[in-house]
Design a protein around this ligand. Structure first.
Ligand code: SF4
Length: 266
């Protein structure tokens, strides 16, 4: 049985779409240890404050002022989504060709697949609210600026749809919808919200159970693709092939530019 030595998540899939080499430098070879930046610290803090508030746990203090546009969140957003009935933290066991999953709320549900391997998709849903009548809401708080996105057309054939999904900012919400559909057979409709507090806007899209096969297919395909690339790197003495590099103008800001095979060969 095959497995990747690291877990996958929607945000990692986005990074993989941008530059496969950087993805392997980061998550397999771990050439540079992860360090917090001002942006990651700020993002985590905002998530914590919003979550605690929504759960009624936040104590009123000066921390509030550190969150951008807090007044807007407090007045318009938090009341709308208050009193969640559940919050999900999941690890889905994922085989190459099928989800083995069952998901429960509030626990890490999958440490190992039945064969002892540890395929993992990792994701933490910021906020879930069950509305009854087969409907649920999921929220992803965004500390950055609003970005453009539109719902994928799940009637497209896989070879057209999956590349679009991989580059679409919606991937996180698609993953959360997938998790909810797997975890709760009674849920037929998931409305996913992005809340961009920097720009004071919310955006939402709706996912339907009828598209579940396409959602599952996408994540399984990605696993398969990344696993094959992983074998290529491993069998190549842990060297990332030149063709995995995707140089763009953003390379100047890449932490690997001094180690990057492509950059060194230029
Ligand atoms: S420098 Fe550019 S090509 Fe090299 S790993 Fe970074 S993003 Fe990829």
């Amino acid at each position: 049985m095959t497995k990747l030595p690291f877990g996958l998540s929607p945000s990692k899939i986005k990074e993989h779409s941008n530059c496969v080499a950087k993805f392997f430098y980061n998550y397999y070879l771990k050439l540079i240890p992860f360090t917090e930046t001002e942006a990651t610290i700020k993002g985590k803090f905002m998530h914590k404050v919003c979550e605690d508030t929504a759960k009624g746990k936040l104590v009123l203090n000066s921390d509030w002022e550190k969150v951008e546009n807090w007044e807007w969140l407090k007045e318009y957003i938090i009341p709308k989504f208050q009193k969640p009935q559940g919050r999900i933290e999941v690890e889905l066991g994922v085989g190459i060709n099928e989800f083995n999953g069952d998901v429960k709320t509030g626990i890490k549900m999958w440490d190992k697949n039945p064969d002892g391997s540890t395929y993992k998709w990792l994701g933490q849903v910021d906020f879930v609210k069950f509305l009854g009548d087969g409907k649920a809401i999921v929220i992803d708080w965004k500390s950055g600026k609003r970005f453009e996105h539109k719902l994928n057309d799940y009637t497209l054939p896989e070879e057209e749809l999956y590349p679009l999904m991989a580059k679409n900012e919606l991937l996180q919400l698609e993953f959360y919808a997938l998790v909810l559909f797997l975890a709760y057979p009674s849920i037929d409709r998931v409305r996913g919200y992005f809340i961009f507090n920097k720009d004071k806007v919310t955006q939402d899209v709706v996912f339907y159970r009828k598209d579940l096969d396409k959602l599952i297919g996408f994540f399984n395909c990605k696993y398969d693709e990344i696993y094959k690339q992983y074998l290529q790197v491993k069998n190549n003495n842990d060297t990332v092939p030149v063709e995995f590099h995707n140089p763009t103008k953003l390379c100047d800001w890449c932490g690997y530019k001094d180690k990057c095979l492509y950059a060194l060969k230029k």
